[in-house]
Design a protein around this ligand. Sequence first.
Ligand code: ADP
Ligand code: MG
Ligand code: MG
Length: 208
Amino acid sequence: MNTRQLRDMFLSVAHKVVESEDFLTEIDLKIGDGDHGFGMALGFKAVKTALEGKDFPTVEALFQEVGMTLLDTMGGASGVLFGTMFISGVAKQEPHEEADLALLAGIFRRALEALKRRGKARVGDKTMVDAFEPAAAGLEEGAAKGVSLKEGLALCADGAKKGMEYTRECVARFGRAKSYGTKAIGLQDAGATSVWIIFQAMSDWASE
Ligand code: ADP
Ligand code: MG
Ligand code: MG
């Protein structure tokens, strides 16, 4: 996949996230403060503007642009967390003009580890990490098996979906949801839902 295709994939992700604003708001209203949909939509509308009609020399420059835009526009804790999801995997990396499954797996694995260091959340804490971890594992599995980009992204999206569903079983250890204790059981985490939307949009784009 060249940088134009990667840009189009991220534009498709931005479109899906913006479209999901009300859905995300609804989820965050149940065990949070209800601002997650607004924040994500704000960030990804800005991503659309930042990417539309522009060419990027490298995969790394593109990831950097998406992450910096989210960081700048979303603000707050989740701006840092979703900015990290795109920035931290490409920092100090050799530039690439093409992305394959192995490259994407490496980028998102490094980003996930940075996110875990920064936010201190682990799998089972009912956060976006619960969806991100199996999504990254799906990319790694696909890369190890040598499957196509389309198949690898499908494994990734399936992982994210299972992780998002798993958050329903968990008690939150971070954010406002923490104060709900066991009352949060049965309800899914908003950030994990966003992570699933992002990876599902990537998979859908590759399947078209
Ligand atoms: P806020 O909680 O500040 O209102 P959002 O509603 O935009 O921000 O985002 C909340 C989401 O952020 C949660 O659903 C969770 O997935 C994620 N999150 C919160 N704290 C952490 C953390 N320490 N590590 C990882 N993810 C976190
Ligand atoms: Mg919130
Ligand atoms: Mg808030």
